[in-house]
Design a protein around this ligand. Structure first.
Ligand SMILES: *[C@@H]1O[C@H](CO)[C@@H](O)[C@H](O)[C@H]1NC(C)=O
Length: 381
């Protein structure tokens, strides 16, 4: 009798456990909500965003205060770097973490009417942000910087610590080695071969090569804002090829790569594109397009903890237009997780499979219970 009563209890426990698990899956709790981080820093207007996987926080740059800050999951912001050797009011643009050397690389640029300045800065993350180098980036021979200035816009880094910096004004790529030696690396004629989008407005008509990522197989991908094209650039030769895509990424800005599956994310002020390739980026496909909040002026995308995708709402244009000078400078900015419905689909299939199993188990349990009760009845009577 005692053995059948234990069995009886476990028959009750399992379906209840299962129901709890199923309930958790069907009605996702806070753990499954889109992660939105608001952080307060008056007048910051950050353009660049990256994730530091070691210290588990985001890093954002400032529009005019020569500072770089960490932002935690919970929105706690701290000043990591304050570099007064940078020209007054200089802007921090693209950021990336060099994990091999534990460094932070930052594109530095002075907007008009400040004197022209484009450089790459490297900071040692092990020593709390001590500067390793500040390398001015060379202009093309014969170029007059006072007429059209270079713009060091975004940066990617390879496993040896070489940095690749896009010049969005002049359509070429610089290389800066781990000791800070800078040179012009790729000036492919392809970068000037594509038609500027017909609907390109003043905000990005003159903006060429922009977001850049390093792919471990010895090449880089770079996106061009005013044409919406993506190029594959050889790490050694600097030779470029046009990536064939099923659409143009018009007004593209920052770019990031998810390591797990090689997905590429490209952000613009209105949307986030998700791209995949089966052949190492001879061809690629845009498989999802997610609408973003135009008012927040998203400029950068990064991959955070557990492969989550985040965009930065830094409202940079508002800052550039000068409202930061007045007392009413904006105080709050945001980093927001972005979900792809198309990717969520896989999880849903698992949910249906689980429900199916659950139902089968329930039927089996009912059947066993019935047998048990009939047996017990028999014994009692
Ligand atoms: C930097 O910005 C401040 C505040 O807007 C301004 O007062 C100052 O003149 C600027 N410095 C330069 C060099 O333009």
């Amino acid at each position: 009798m005692s053995s059948s009563s234990t069995r009886c209890r476990s028959f009750f426990v399992f379906p209840i456990l299962f129901a709890v698990v199923l309930f958790g899956l069907l009605f996702p709790s806070s753990a499954d909500k889109r992660h939105v981080i608001n952080f307060r820093s008056p007048g910051l207007y950050p353009e660049g965003l990256t994730w530091d996987p070691r210290d588990q926080h985001f890093l954002v740059g400032s529009l005019h205060s020569r500072t770089i800050h960490s932002v935690s999951d919970a929105g706690v912001i701290e000043t990591l770097i304050s570099d007064l050797d940078l020209p007054e009011n200089a802007t921090i643009l693209g950021l990336t973490v060099d994990s091999t050397n534990r460094r932070l690389l930052a594109c530095i640029h002075s907007l008009p009417p400040l004197p022209p300045f484009s450089a790459l800065a490297a900071y040692d993350l092990r020593s709390g942000g001590r500067r390793v180098f500040l390398s001015p980036l060379p202009s093309l021979p014969g170029d007059d910087e006072d007429i059209a200035r270079d713009v060091a816009n975004d940066v990617a880094v390879d496993f040896k610590g070489n940095a690749y910096v896009t010049n969005s004004a002049k359509n070429f790529i610089w290389k800066v080695d781990r000791d800070g030696a800078a040179s012009i690396f790729s000036r492919s004629p392809l970068f000037n071969s594509q038609p500027v989008a017909a609907d390109a407005d003043a905000s990005f008509r003159d903006c060429g090569l922009n977001g850049i990522v390093y792919i471990s197989k010895g090449y880089l991908l770079v996106v061009q804002s005013n044409t919406g094209k993506v190029f594959k650039v050889d790490e050694d030769s600097g030779n470029a090829r046009l990536v064939l895509l099923n659409g143009d990424l018009i007004a593209a800005d920052g770019m990031a790569r998810r390591r797990r599956d090689g997905t590429i994310m490209v952000v613009s002020q209105t949307k986030l594109w998700l791209l995949k390739s089966q052949d190492s980026w001879s061809e690629g496909v845009v498989y999802d397009e997610i609408d973003l909040d135009l008012e927040g002026f998203p400029t950068a995308v990064t991959v955070g903890e557990r492969d989550r995708i985040y965009v930065l709402y830094g409202r940079v244009m508002e800052g550039i237009m000068g409202s930061y000078k007045e007392e009413g400078a904006r105080e709050w900015f945001g980093i927001e997780e972005v979900w792809s419905e198309k990717e969520g689909g896989e999880d849903k299939i698992w949910l249906y499979v689980l429900i199916g199993f659950g139902f089968a188990y329930f039927c089996f349990w009912r059947f066993q219970m019935k047998k048990l009760i009939t047996n017990m009845d028999k014994k009692i009577t």
